[in-house]
Design a protein around this ligand. Sequence first.
Ligand code: NAP
Length: 433
Amino acid sequence: MRHVAVIGSGPAGFYTAEAALKAFGDGICIDLIDRLPVPYGLIRFGVAPDHQSIKAVSRRYEQVALTPHVRFVGNVSVGGDVSVPELLSLYDAVVLATGAPDDRPLDIPGSDLSGVVGSAAFVGWYNGHPDFADLAPPLAGPGAAVVGNGNVALDVARILSKTRAEFEGSDIAAHALEALEASRIARVTLLGRRGPHQIAMTPKELGELGHLERAQPRVDLADFPEPGADALLEPGMRKSVAHLRDFAAAPPVRKPVTIDFDFFAMPIAIEGDGRAERVIVERTRLDDELRSVPTGETYAVPASLVVTCIGYKTPPIEGVPYEHGRGRFANSDGRILPGLYCVGWARRGPTGTIGTNRPDGYQVAELIAADIDNDSGKGGPDGLDALLASRNVDVVAFRDWQRIEAAEAARARDGSPREKFVSIDEMIAASRT
Ligand code: NAP
């Protein structure tokens, strides 16, 4: 029997477990260890609450978790309750699938002012992540700035602009729904340091902005290259740019919220008296390699809330080689050290869709199959249980999570799939009922 520990129960962790089961059949035991008492990582806490169809993939992960030889070991912190060297002494392979849950910092003057939040915190807040449930972002308006031109920036702009009715069927946390309903933000400015042809937004997500009940996207036609240039774009980007051109061509309508796309706009400072009041933006142009170059011309965007959506990084774990520049574990195609692997965003950095993690999982399973022998005699799950019991760790198993899940469904608003518990204590209490 081979013993494998997968650290992190988000998409990368589950696809790795699925692939390892296919590769080894009954000859493997997999422990999926998560620091939270609840599984699914990015699916639960990253994917937008109004994108329930994407979240539905958790049903597939559930099938994996219910397979004999797979255990969910929740509420266990690797690097805290148990160390990586301890896991390596217990398991034949340890796979770090810890994602990239930390914000890359926007390193400009004023970025430490109150009212400036990273997307991990803001997204975690509306998705009921226990680390960010108390964030209380300032929503008094009238301006908000969203830094970045990726899909997370789009998620944030859309969530800031929706009506309560538009959240029907979502699992947005109740505290966020109430705060957003009382929001007085009337202008959301998306700051992109490059142009419409350099966005990292996908067509479906961009198209949604054109159908919001009380908000209208505004784009300046002057920011585009001549229309013929669109034909040279790859098809997905061409569709996204077509949406932007539609927004630019749409006649103004009287809606209470505008979502302004400011292209060639690089934030260089955030100013305010003890809290964010405005973002100072420098206009840019593109150089021959399509990098943004400052022009010296600046303007101010009034904003009492600034959400930076400029990418994520993997938190380092003591003793695990780390690539600081890229914010991920130092690895060679997924191998870190003998017996230690990484997968998903912890391996590649924060790019790609949920599905991109599937081939990653299968690839790491192949590495493990090539590297480890059958029956090394290591302690595996029994050894871990003994270690955690000796440290009084309150482990949450999958059946405990199913109780949490049932309790969240039972207390959901009408039409919503669940009302998440937003503190670890509440989760643990529900798991014991
Ligand atoms: P992203 O796609 O990498 O976009 C990051 C954006 O931040 C880029 O526009 C980048 O501009 C900008 N940026 C980086 N550093 C900056 C700085 N110092 N100042 C100003 N702008 C800066 O990252 P993301 O939006 O966090 O998304 C992460 C991944 O999750 C992506 O693969 C995304 O597609 C995926 N995702 C998918 C969905 C969905 O499918 N519905 C939803 C959310 C996220 P440059 O291009 O100039 O570097």
